[in-house]
Design a binder for this molecule. Structure first.
Ligand code: SF4
Length: 100
């Protein structure tokens, strides 16, 4: 089977900042190189999330990650883990009850 090529959703621009973002300065904190679960991993995630919290493009970053789940399948994006992003997408897609 040929490899699948992934494309970003075109109407949501990739987050761009005029200053270097923390994830570019310290990619080792944002992209796991192994299974997560140790205290060291949890500390790393906490540090990455903390750095995201002051990022000037956090809103655009979250939008991009949520609409491009295959391209943002791993790592910390906008202070969220993959599991948290999956939960957010489910919440967003949940039908809203309009009857009273
Ligand atoms: S909010 Fe997004 S762009 Fe900013 S540091 Fe976090 S992962 Fe990087």
């Amino acid at each position: 089977m040929p490899a699948r090529t992934l494309f970003a959703v075109p109407h949501v621009p990739f987050p761009r900042s005029s200053t270097p973002t923390a994830c570019h300065a310290r990619p080792d904190l944002f992209i796991p190189d192994r299974e997560m679960g140790s205290q060291e991993d949890l500390d790393r995630i906490h540090r990455a999330k903390s750095m995201c919290s002051t990022c000037p493009v956090i809103e655009d970053c979250l939008k991009w990650a949520l609409v491009n789940p295959d391209l943002a399948a791993e790592g910390i994006w906008a202070a969220t883990t993959p599991r948290e992003r999956t939960r957010l997408v489910k919440l967003i897609r949940r039908p809203v009850c309009t009857s009273r």
